[in-house]
Design a binder for this molecule. Structure first.
Ligand code: H2B
Length: 96
């Protein structure tokens, strides 16, 4: 079982992950991405997939042509955990 985020970390989310938003009705964070075209979007998804596999932590996500939507939550915790923050920060670093 994975621990859910503690209150202090939860309160710091806007500073830790300014590009991510809390999802209405779920204990999850999400970010929308837009790329020049499908190829760029898919390339990004391939890199995220490798990160996710390395971290054994898998996003809920979708792609429509140049757009990618990523939602992170920890199924084993029933909500947000440090595993989501770790993957979100790694995803952000891909684009830095
Ligand atoms: N991904 C996410 N987002 N949450 C999990 O709890 C999770 C996962 N658990 N990927 C992992 C895989 C677990 O089910 C396996 C058995 O390692």
């Amino acid at each position: 079982m994975v621990d859910k985020l503690d209150a202090a970390t939860r309160a710091a989310l806007p500073q830790l992950l300014p590009e991510w938003r809390l999802v209405e009705g779920r204990d999850a964070i999400a970010r929308s991405f837009r790329f020049p075209d499908f190829s760029a979007a898919w390339g990004f998804m391939s890199r995220v997939a490798l990160l996710a596999e390395a971290q054994d932590h898998h996003p809920e996500w979708s792609n429509v042509w140049n757009r990618v939507e990523i939602l992170l939550t920890t199924h084993d915790a029933g909500g947000l955990s440090m595993r989501d923050i770790r993957l979100a920060q790694a995803i952000d670093r891909l684009l830095a």
